[in-house]
Design a protein around this ligand. Structure first.
Ligand SMILES: [Zn+2]
Ligand SMILES: [Zn+2]
Length: 260
């Protein structure tokens, strides 16, 4: 084997390369599978599916070309930014602990315990930073860009000002970063859960069983709650749960949002 072959072999098998492949690959798969479905039901009218559209009183997005063009531009920008963020994430995950890439999968009890920590930390950080983003100065300077979309759809979940993008990444990754031992398998599962949650919240459709508020209605948030937030520019600041909103008096029953 010559030097070039050796170099390419070690790069292909390097931890950083595998990490990037799995992290970006998992994100792209879940994000685009869910969004492909939402794009198809946006482009073609299926009455059996359209009956679940939350903002039926408004035209579908495909009749609003300015918004669609903005979404395409911003989605491309986000896709490029993920490539640059992955090395930073890899460095931080290793700096504060050990990231296991090749080792055996952790036990399911460890995986469930860590995922529970990730979800609870994300939900708390997201609620409080989002709550602050709705104070007048921060709303105008940062968060307004996300609220351009009063009628959200899946891709809107990642469209925001770069400062808000950073807030999102911190809420998702702070707990995995500070945790001493983490495994790539658990991190990929975490991406599946978080991407599903946020694309569903922005989907614009109140699908029974698919939308998370149907799973544990008294504590979980979902598409109705976050759609209500986009329509009105306030209330329902949480991500996974509505518990912080209930405590802070910012919870609005998502059933109020139904327009049949
Ligand atoms: Zn908001
Ligand atoms: Zn949103």
């Amino acid at each position: 084997m010559n030097t070039t072959q050796l170099a390419s072999k070690s790069f292909a098998q390097s931890d950083f390369w595998l990490f990037s492949l799995y992290i970006i690959g998992t994100f792209e798969c879940v994000f685009w599978l869910f969004n492909a479905f939402l794009i198809i039901i946006e482009l073609y009218d299926f009455p059996s599916i359209d009956k679940y559209r939350i903002q039926k009183h408004r035209k579908k997005l495909r009749f609003q070309p300015e918004l669609v063009n903005l979404m395409i531009k911003e989605t491309l920008r986000h896709q490029i930014s993920t490539i640059f963020l992955t090395p930073v994430l890899y460095y931080l995950l290793n700096y504060f602990g050990h990231l296991d890439i090749h080792g055996p999968r952790p036990s399911w009890s460890t995986i469930i315990y860590q995922l529970t920590l990730f979800i609870l930390a994300e939900d708390a950080i997201f609620f409080w930073t989002h709550y602050l983003f709705h104070t007048p100065w921060l709303y105008k300077a940062v968060h307004k860009k996300h609220h351009v979309y009063t009628q959200p759809t899946g891709v809107v979940s990642v469209l925001s000002d770069p400062w808000e993008g950073l807030q999102n990444q911190i809420s998702i990754w702070l707990m995995p970063i500070v945790l001493k031992d983490k495994h790539l398998f658990t991190l990929c599962l975490w991406i599946v859960i978080r991407v599903y949650q946020t694309v569903n919240a922005h989907s614009g459709y109140d699908f029974p069983y698919i939308s998370t508020q149907y799973w544990f209605p008294s504590i979980m948030s979902g598409a109705l709650g976050h759609d209500f937030h986009h329509q009105h520019g306030k209330w329902n600041y949480g991500s996974f749960f509505n518990v912080w909103d209930r405590l802070m008096g910012t919870y609005r029953s998502s059933t109020n949002n139904k327009r049949n």
